[in-house]
Design a protein around this ligand. Sequence first.
Ligand code: HSE
Length: 328
Amino acid sequence: MSAAAAASAEATPSTEATPSRDALLGRKVHVKVPATSANLGPGFDTLGLALARYDELEVEVVGSGLEIEVHGVGEGEVPLDDSHLVVRAMAHTFARHGRALPPIRLVAHNSIPHGRGLGSSGAAIVAGVMAAKGLLEPEVEISPDGLLELATELEGHPDNVAPALFGGLTIAWVTPDGPRHKKLMVHRGVSPLVLVPEHEMSTALARSLQPQSVPHEDAVFNVSRSALLVAALIQSPELLLAATEDKLHQSYRAEAMPETDRLIRRLREAGHPAVISGAGPSILVLASDPSERADAARLVEETADTAWQALPLAVDFLGATVTPADGP
Ligand code: HSE
């Protein structure tokens, strides 16, 4: 659905095809959503990579109330009411189809770290949109562009939600008719390593450090590197070090995450293509093979002042899935 059509749908929602609350009762779905790393160095708000670490949840339409259980990451921390991000995304998707969110029971098993630049909020939003899609089927069909639009409306930028929805390497861009994406397969040699510190970083704070304008030569620098990065990731991993250079965001954010900045410099001096993962503070190393990945993890273990968790993660090529779940 286009932005204009979505706005119009909000004003006069059509319930023609949307299943009634009675028809929804008892429907139950299972949703699985990958972690993501956005930006990948030069591709600010544009490039993203899906990684094989997942949040999973089951949602069932019940007779009354709202029941939420969270296990794993976020347990005891995230709200268990209608402000829960998955529930908000579900309600947003139902509203676009002219219905209030019915009573649900939601059980989440999370393993994507929160506040670390691995797309946990994007994953929660995508989980909610996909859960709603699964419950509304088969009466309602939501197109891939429609899913991306719903998720981007809540996330604000498409570079995490696109790979979370579709998997692989995604290029996302915004048009007057809404966000769009192109999915690409990554060269099989690319071996991502994510290094996760104990502390969190607020995306809002990171974004507040961005300048309103940048020198034209810096913009040209990033255009060249982000174009090269697509080629390096799908075809020529030996170019990844040059292709992950950036002048648009990382230096502006460095003061808010000094250890991330210092470790990225050390890794890059040693020849490893290291960048801030999303808005940080985690580091993504786009190693060219598993032995380089091990070298990079060792370097961080030996030189970091604080504890960093090393996660060697495969690229996820499937993206988010929703399937009917068995009854209670
Ligand atoms: N592109 C976004 C940013 C990703 O760097 O702010 C984090 O949500």
